[in-house]
Design a protein around this ligand. Structure first.
Ligand SMILES: Cc1ncc(COP(=O)(O)O)c(C=O)c1O
Length: 394
C-alpha cells in the first residue's frame, strides 16, 4: 500500500498530555471565588438529576459499599441493553466513554498499526492512539460551508491501511451530525474494500456521546456490520458526568474482544446503581434534553447579536466563530477573568479562531451573554479579508 496522503503523527511521550484546569485552578489563577466559576467548556449538564439526590440520601445501593462492585455489572448491563434495544452480550460498561475509547484502542490498535480520525474531532482518539504506540491518519473534514462533514471517500481510502477508524457523531467540537446515510456508506465501502483486499475490515468505532440530543444511533447497524462499535455515555444528556459511566455496544464477537480489556471494578457501585436506574427511568434525561433544545436557540441568537457567530449545532454545545485566533484568545481570557470557562483551541488548531460553549441553564447562560456584551468592544477588530489580487491582462 502506498504511503498515506494525510498527515501522520508518530507516538509521543504520554507525559506531555494535560487535562482541563479544575474550578479551584481557575479561581486561583484569576483571583476569584471558586463559587463564581462556571464551566462552559465541558459539554456537561448543569444540574444533576433529582433521582441522584434521592438515591444518595437513601444510601441503598446494589451491594454494600464495603464490597467490590459485582464483577459482571449485571443490573447496569441489563438496563443498558434494554435502553439501547440490544442483548446483554452486546454491552460492556466502562468508567465513562473515555475508558471505553481506551478499551477499544487496546482491542483494535496494536502498536505500529494505524487509526483514522476526521479532524477536527474529539482529542482523546489521538491521545489513545499515541499512548498505544499507534500511527494516526488524520483526514481533514469538509469545509465549514459543508458543515465540517466527514470526507467519506477519503476516510474510506485511509481505512485501507488502518485497523481502527474513529467516527464522532455528532462531532465534538463542531456540534454537527453526519449527513443521513454517511456512516452507513462508509461502513459499506470499508466492508467492500476489506473483501477486495482479502483482509479483515478495520473496527469502526462510532462515538455517540451526544446521540440523545439527536435521537439517532448506529446501534441498529451492528447486525449488518460486525466491525461496528457504538460508544454511549451517562455524562451528557443523562447529566451524570461525575459518576463516570459509559458503554460499548457491538455484535457479541466484537464486544468480547473489547471486554478482554475491561479493568475490574472501574465503575463504582454507587455509579452502577444510579445509572442503571437512570437508564430505566428516563424522565430526567428527557427533561434535560428538552431544556437544552429550548435554551440553545436563545443562547445562540443572543451571542449572534454580540457578533460571536454561533455555528449550527445539534448538541448541548455551540461553536462560536470569533474570526481570528487573537480575538478568540482575548475573549477566552476576559471570560475566564469573570469565572466563565470556555473551551479554547490552541494556536495551530484548525478552530483556533473559535470558542466552544456549553448550553447551561438560563441564569448561567445569562452571565455568559452579559459578559460577551462587555467583552466584545474590547476585542481586536475582525480581520478584513484580503481581496484576491486581480489578474492583470497582458
Ligand atoms: C465525543 C466525546 N466522547 C467521549 C467523551 C467523554 O465522555 P465520558 O464523560 O463518558 O468519558 C466526551 C466528553 O466530552 C466527548 O465529547
Amino acid at each position: 500500500m502506498s504511503p498515506s496522503p494525510f498527515a501522520v503523527t508518530s507516538p509521543t511521550d504520554p507525559a506531555s498530555y494535560s487535562w482541563e484546569a479544575t474550578d479551584e485552578g481557575v479561581a486561583e489563577r484569576f483571583g476569584i471565588p471558586v463559587g463564581q466559576v462556571l464551566r462552559f467548556d465541558l459539554n456537561t449538564s448543569p444540574a444533576p438529576p433529582s433521582m441522584l439526590a434521592g438515591m444518595l440520601a437513601a444510601g441503598r445501593f446494589e451491594t454494600s459499599l464495603s464490597e467490590y462492585p459485582p464483577g459482571d455489572y449485571r443490573h447496569l448491563v441489563e438496563a443498558a441493553a434494554a435502553r439501547y434495544g440490544v442483548a446483554v452480550e452486546e454491552v460492556v460498561p466502562g468508567a465513562g466513554a473515555d475508558e471505553i475509547l481506551d478499551m477499544c484502542t487496546k482491542a483494535f490498535l496494536p502498536a505500529g498499526a494505524a487509526a483514522v480520525i476526521s479532524t477536527p474531532t474529539y482529542a482523546m482518539y489521538r491521545v489513545h492512539a499515541e499512548q498505544r504506540g499507534g500511527r494516526l491518519i488524520a483526514v481533514p473534514r469538509l469545509p465549514k460551508a459543508d458543515g465540517w462533514a466527514m470526507d467519506v471517500p477519503a476516510v474510506r481510502t485511509a481505512a485501507r491501511e488502518a485497523t481502527l477508524v474513529w467516527v464522532c457523531n455528532p462531532n465534538n467540537p463542531t456540534g454537527r451530525a453526519e449527513p443521513e446515510g454517511a456512516i452507513e456508506r462508509l461502513l459499506e465501502g470499508i466492508a467492500a474494500d476489506a473483501e477486495a483486499d482479502g483482509r479483515p475490515a478495520p473496527a469502526v468505532v462510532v462515538d455517540e456521546a451526544y446521540s440523545e440530543f439527536v435521537k439517532a444511533s448506529v446501534i441498529p447497524l451492528r447486525t449488518r456490520f460486525p466491525n461496528l462499535v457504538a460508544v454511549r455515555t451517562a455524562s451528557k444528556a443523562y447529566a451524570m458526568a461525575g459518576l463516570r459511566v459509559g458503554f460499548a455496544v457491538a455484535a457479541p464477537a466484537t464486544l468480547a474482544r473489547i471486554a478482554l480489556y475491561r479493568p475490574p471494578g472501574s465503575v463504582g457501585t454507587i455509579s452502577a446503581t444510579v445509572v442503571a436506574r437512570a437508564l430505566r427511568e428516563t424522565a430526567d434525561m428527557e427533561a434535560n434534553v428538552a431544556r437544552v433544545l429550548a435554551e440553545r436557540p436563545r443562547l445562540a441568537s443572543a451571542l449572534a447579536e454580540v457578533g460571536w457567530d454561533p455555528q449550527p449545532t445539534v448538541t448541548n454545545f455551540i461553536l462560536l466563530d470569533l474570526a481570528s485566533a487573537e480575538r478568540s484568545e482575548a475573549a477566552a481570557l476576559a471570560l475566564m477573568r469573570r469565572g466563565l470557562v470556555p473551551r479554547t483551541f490552541g494556536h495551530g488548531h484548525p478552530l483556533a479562531h473559535c470558542l466552544r460553549v456549553t448550553v447551561r441553564d438560563p441564569a448561567e447562560n445569562e452571565r455568559l451573554i452579559e459578559a460577551a456584551w462587555e467583552i466584545a468592544p474590547t476585542l481586536p477588530p475582525v480581520p478584513v479579508p484580503v481581496p484576491a489580487t486581480p489578474e492583470i491582462a497582458e
